[in-house]
Design a protein around this ligand. Structure first.
Ligand code: SAM
Length: 459
């Protein structure tokens, strides 16, 4: 009999992308093959996001359409995981008869058993919390590139999971559970193994990644066993021979100490990019969001990072239309985007999430006003991003080629050290292929990317 084939549809953050990679490894270990497309798959897994209302509704719309997909070939299986699965649990099975299994954010390792049951006609959900560090013990990550061309060059490595911050707008503490950090020796061993297999860039992941181990020992938080301060962890990884690029996401401003700021000037392989979510530029709104820092502190961190590493690119997340946000509050956000000289940002209209404090606040901003603010913010950021890109023209950088450019044609695309998208003409240099690290000169700038020509490349 042919081996069964699976496809995974992933929504949401990088944590979800990485969870999908882990599920993919588990399914391959269980004897399934990745399908070239969903049309060929016997199993479809949807890895869901519930950070905003729209993301959650995406699942319901997908499931509606999947009735047809299942009917096309009897025996097809649909599984749902991720943050909506964690929250709604087995009620999803009651609501959608086309759904075969549901797994929570702590239960990835149950997927093969759930699948086996599903092939035998048993529908089930597994969404229990698992507060033990053993939930990090999953099979070794795939080390071949998904494009099938040589070894994989980039990998995510989880250092902590969960969140104890309870920002008033945020659903994450109830979908990802309490903070838990992984032992530093395990992280280091995973990174070493990845590098040995050809990986040159790692992104350390955590919901509040720099709260790793919580070594600032805030009230009620003792340092977790086997951990070390985040800056020390970075230094350990920086010393691994063969590792060329270290990134981390997403940090929280509260957990920047002097050592972490200095690390950006000291560690050779730590990339000059920090994605540092600020959410709002108004102290009143920051307090109501329970972010636990002020705009002044945020700007101080940005300034510290620039002092340590003058070319650092700072990007951020912003929310507009939070309950009670006035025009003056919003003005503070616009001003902060300029003062922090954000190179780019993701901006969102506030979306009330059930069970969060902000959802009970009242004092809502009308959808029209929120939309209008979002448009103004994005216009400001767009101009700022373009100017930053233009300032890079003529400069040199190093690109790690990821794949084909989104711009179409036969251009290749990759990221530079500052995490900007750089497109390259494949004719423009020798050995331009996926996985290559190419020194380039930037020749043009667009609002969303840089255009470069290769200087020379090394494999
Ligand atoms: N752990 C990250 C942090 O604290 O910065 C949050 C990651 S979250 C997946 C990505 C972004 O979604 C957040 O930084 C925030 O800007 C946005 N977000 C979260 N909850 C939201 C909500 N209820 N409405 C609108 N945007 C939201």
């Amino acid at each position: 009999m042919d081996r069964k084939r699976f496809a995974i549809r992933t929504y949401g953050c990088q944590m979800n992308v990485h969870d999908s990679e882990k599920v993919s490894s588990l399914l391959e270990q269980a004897g399934l093959d990745p399908a070239a497309s969903e049309a060929e798959a016997d199993l479809l897994v949807i890895n869901t996001c519930s950070i905003r209302d729209k993301a959650e509704h995406q699942l319901y719309s997908d499931l509606g359409k999947l009735r047809e997909w299942k009917a096309e070939r009897p025996g097809r299986i649909v599984g749902v995981g991720g943050c909506v699965a964690q929250q709604v649990g087995d009620r999803l099975l009651g609501r959608f008869s086309q759904l075969d299994f549901v797994y929570g954010t702590h239960n990835l390792r149950r997927v093969p058993a759930l699948l086996e049951g599903a092939f035998e006609g048993r529908r089930a959900a597994w969404v229990g919390e698992d507060p033990s560090p053993s939930r990090f013990d999953l099979p070794m990550q795939r080390t071949r590139s998904t494009e099938g061309q040589g070894p994989r060059r980039k990998a995510f490595v989880t250092v902590m999971e969960g969140c104890d911050m309870y920002c008033s707008f945020c659903i994450v503490p109830s979908t990802r559970g309490r903070e838990i950090s992984r032992a530093a020796t395990e992280i280091e061993a995973e990174v070493r193994a990845l590098v040995e297999a050809g990986v040159v860039e790692i992104t350390l992941l955590g919901q509040t990644v720099n709260a790793y181990g919580r070594h600032d020992v805030r009230r009620g938080h003792a340092a977790a066993a086997g951990t070390m301060p985040f800056a020390e962890l970075l230094a350990r990884l920086d010393a691994i021979p063969g590792l060329e690029r270290i990134r981390y996401t997403s940090p929280h401003p509260l957990f920047y100490d002097e050592a972490l700021i200095r690390a950006h000037g000291e560690l050779e392989h730590l990339c000059p990019h920090v994605h540092l979510p600020v959410q709002s530029g108004s102290n009143r709104i920051l307090e109501s969001m329970r972010r636990r820092y002020t705009r002044e502190r945020y700007l101080e961190i940005v300034e510290g990072l620039r002092r340590a590493r003058p070319d650092v690119a700072i990007t951020s997340d912003l929310i507009v239309g939070f309950p009670g946000e006035t025009e003056a509050d919003f003005g503070d956000t616009l001003a902060l985007v300029q003062e922090a000289a954000l190179v780019d940002s993701f901006s969102f209209k506030y979306s009330p999430r059930p069970g969060t404090r902000a959802a009970e606040m009242g004092d809502e901003v009308s959808p029209e006003v929120a939309q209008e603010r979002l448009t103004r913010l994005q216009r400001l950021q767009g101009g700022q991003t373009l100017r930053y890109h233009q300032s890079r023209v003529g400069g040199r950088t190093l690109v790690l080629i990821d794949g084909a450019s989104r711009r179409g044609g036969d251009q290749l695309s990759g990221r530079d050290l500052h995490n900007r998208v750089v497109n390259l003409d494949p004719e423009a240099g020798p050995d331009l292929r996926i996985g290559a690290r190419v020194p380039v000169r930037i020749v043009d700038a667009t609002p969303h990317s840089l255009l470069a020509e290769a200087l020379a490349s090394h494999p």
